[in-house]
Design a protein around this ligand. Structure first.
Ligand SMILES: [Zn+2]
Length: 372
């Protein structure tokens, strides 16, 4: 998923009459063009997840190498068990030349695949994960929030801070692999210059300069990817920024679904299970202390993970529900206690029995593949 904000060219508005070129064609003759439809200049996060509508196109993408595929057993995001639009489904980005995708890391530091489907070129700027702190400091210096804000680094600032930058052109047909934690920002150059684009645009002759890209995320089953995702999950909590990937829910699914033979990855997942199990037990004890009844609720198949309606924290297993404006809103324990220390008025639902979680925890052991 890209965090896109429109900037750059604002002079293409079809109601713009100040543009000196608005009425002149390429041959210099005056020509009045009637435009009834509003032109879309920056189409961000166009959802291509519908398998019926986009069957042919999505089928083409299954021909890609396994490590880049939208769905594969080796992709952590295929184990989330539900759709995360634009992460484990495909999205399209349509931009006129001059559009900028501001600097960001992917949600929870997952990797991403980005294919330029033409006709325009994109210019990429990318900084390895190890330097994200340096960029965050630059944002701070400029009073911009790294996660919530919109920023475009000045090359000289990066040079002075000894931050290396990869800079390259992505032509139509080129696939960019954004590695875990890589900070990147993208400029849509098109394949013609801005003046040519203005003329062609005003003549309404197609989309010569447009940059169209499709993108999705992948999570290789590696210790590095998992630890970067968990670290960002924790930092997001501190920054009050929603983690689009429900890492706790995902970790329990990984424990259920896969055999892990990498000891480092195993330890990291096992530790997450342990911490959340501790949290679940402490929550149940606290609820009991407050004489609130816990009702077993279970989970529907492919049911989305839950987030607190107040603070957007992932809420795992024990949900505090309260009716607000005729809707049942999920709360985390912290927010429930803040609202009502006695927890009265809240219904407490349990998704998994403690015994079931304990069984998953115990059954998750380091796998020793037979020698081949
Ligand atoms: Zn909350």
């Amino acid at each position: 998923e890209e965090k896109d904000k429109t900037s750059g060219i604002h002079t293409f508005s079809d109601s713009d009459s100040k543009d000196s070129m608005s009425n002149s064609g390429v041959n210099g003759k005056k020509k009045k063009i009637k435009q009834t439809n509003k032109m879309l200049r920056f189409g961000t996060n166009v959802d291509l997840s519908d398998e019926r509508k986009w069957r042919l196109q999505l089928n083409e993408l299954t021909k890609l190498p396994v490590f880049t595929r939208v769905v594969s057993a080796a992709n952590m995001l295929s184990h989330v068990g539900h759709v995360i639009l634009g992460m484990n489904t495909v999205q399209l980005y349509m931009k006129v030349p001059g559009s900028r995708t501001p600097g960001h890391q992917e949600n929870n530091n997952f990797c991403s695949i980005n294919i330029n489907i033409g006709p325009g070129d994109c210019e990429w700027f990318a900084v390895p994960d190890a330097y994200w702190g340096g960029i965050q400091q630059l944002c701070e210096k400029n009073n911009i929030d790294y996660l919530h804000g919109s920023w475009w680094p000045v090359m000289e600032d990066l040079y002075n801070a000894n931050i290396p930058v990869y800079r390259f052109i992505q032509r139509p047909g080129d696939l960019v692999w954004v590695n875990a934690g890589c900070v990147h920002w993208v400029y849509s150059r098109g394949n013609i210059n801005i003046l040519q684009f203005v003329v062609l645009f005003k003549l309404n002759v197609g989309t010569t300069g447009w940059c169209n890209n499709i993108a999705w995320n992948v999570g290789p089953l590696t210790a590095r990817q998992y630890s970067l995702a968990i670290e960002r999950y924790e930092w997001n909590k501190l920054q009050h920024f929603k983690s689009i990937v429900p890492m706790v829910h995902l970790s329990w699914n990984l424990a259920r679904n896969i055999k892990v033979s990498d000891s480092k990855l195993f330890e990291l997942i096992k530790n997450c299970l342990l911490q959340t199990l501790r949290h679940v037990i402490a929550t149940l004890e606290y609820v009991k202390l407050k004489n609130v009844e816990v009702r077993f609720h279970g989970r529907g198949k492919n049911e989305a993970s839950h987030y607190c309606g107040q603070c957007e924290l992932e809420v795992f297993n024990i949900l505090f529900i309260r009716e607000q404006e005729k809707r049942h809103v999920v709360h985390c324990m912290g927010c429930a206690r803040k609202q009502t220390p006695s927890l009265s008025g809240f219904v407490c639902l349990e998704e998994y029995r403690l015994s079931e979680l304990m069984q998953v925890y115990d059954a998750f052991v380091l796998h020793h593949p037979p020698p081949s």
